[in-house]
Structure formats: C-alpha cells, structure tokens
Design a protein around this ligand. Structure first.
Ligand SMILES: [Zn+2]
Length: 216
C-alpha cells in the first residue's frame, strides 16, 4: 500500500503523515530526510543548506536517492513531500513498478496561499525528533520545548516570507501539474487543509470512500 501526500508547506500533511505512522504505516518524509542528510556530513551540508535555505528544490538525483534508500517494499508506506516535479513522478512510477507496487492513493492537501503565510509564521520544528508544532494551532505543552524529547523548538529558515515566495513559484510551476495529472488518472483526492487538524484527519481517513480506514 503506497500513499503519496502532496501540498503546500504548512498544509498539515506531515502532521497527518505522522498520524498514519501511528496506524502502522512507514513514513518517508523527504524534508526530514534532507535535514538528516545535512546533519550527516559537511559535504552534504554545503551542498544542500544553501538550496534549502533559499526555498529551492534539491537536485532530483539526491531526492530520488533518499526515497530509494528509505523505501522498503514489505511495508505500507506514506511518501510525504515527494514527488515535487514530473521527473521525480516518472521515476517513482517506474521504481514502484519494478518493486511490484503502485501508488494506491494520492492525498492533495489544499489550502489558500494566505493561510499558508499565516500558518508558517508560527510553525516550529523539533530539530531532534522532527516533530512539528505551531505556536497557535498546535502548541507544545510549554510552547517552547518538544513534548516528546524536550528539545528546544526552532523556526525554519525556509519558512521566512521571501523563501516561501520561491517555494510557492516552484509549487505552482512544477508540483501542481503533477497533482493535476494524478487527478486525471483518478488517483488523487483533495483534502481541505483550511480546516483544523481533527477535521482534516477525518476527511483524510474517509477519502476514497474510507480506503485508509479499511487498511488497519
Ligand atoms: Zn522532539
């Protein structure tokens, strides 16, 4: 079972991916893998940090390698934040085919750009365990530290407004056409990401007539 999650930054898709993880899915979140990769070596740090900090996409080759390395065909998997363009989508299709798999469902978390700016202003990340919080919408217990590992929460550099503009341009020109393609193929369903996390969760679980509910 392969579920792909796509949407603008701040749509809450990673939060939803984390909930599906609790239901027995393996979760592959490209953004987290990239951040791990940056921590691993100075070479990767140099290569990736400037790209990420500008809000641009990393090389397809690196993104693809990270997904491939973390994929295990024995597990039900959520792929979060990948593919981001047509080249990656084509690779994913062929890769899954080789593994005897296919995309079963694409969830498109859709919300307004105004809402995106509003939400990302308050987004916080735990650098240690990658848990995501929000100052207003889902704060940690004390608003400053991670509930799980007590690490101090940070704001991401790529959440700053000028970086978001770059991300948005890339999303519109490269990622949106991929989502449209998945819709044409009948694979993708839209989840209204303007609503709160609980309602979004129920809408997600009921997508494709309760497809996810039936799995575990
Ligand atoms: Zn943490």
């Amino acid at each position: 079972m392969i579920v792909v999650m796509m949407g603008l930054p701040g749509s809450g898709k990673s939060k939803m991916a984390s909930r599906l993880e609790n239901r027995g899915f393996k979760r592959i979140t490209l953004g987290n893998l990239i951040r791990d990769e940056i921590e691993k070596s100075n070479e990767m740090k140099e290569k990736l940090s400037s790209v990420i900090d500008k809000g641009e996409l990393i090389d397809d080759e690196i993104a693809i390698r990270l997904i491939e390395e973390n994929f295990n065909k024995e597990e039900d998997t959520i792929i979060d934040g990948f593919p981001k363009n047509e080249k990656q989508a084509m690779w994913l299709k062929n890769f899954l085919k080789k593994e005897g798999k296919k995309i079963d469902l694409v969830l498109h978390f859709d919300f307004t750009e105004e809402e995106m700016y509003e939400r990302l202003k308050g987004r916080q990340l735990c650098k240690k365990c990658q848990e995501v919080y929000h100052e207003v919408n889902f704060p940690s217990e004390d608003g400053v530290h991670c509930d799980k590992c007590k690490e101090k929460l940070i704001h991401r550099i790529d959440d700053e407004p000028d970086k978001l503009k770059t991300k948005l341009d890339i999303y519109r020109s490269q990622t949106k056409p991929v989502i449209e393609k998945y819709k044409e193929l009948g694979l993708a369903e839209t989840v209204d990401a303007n609503q709160d996390a609980i309602n979004m969760y129920y809408e997600m679980m009921e997508s494709h007539k309760g497809f996810l509910m039936r799995i575990h």
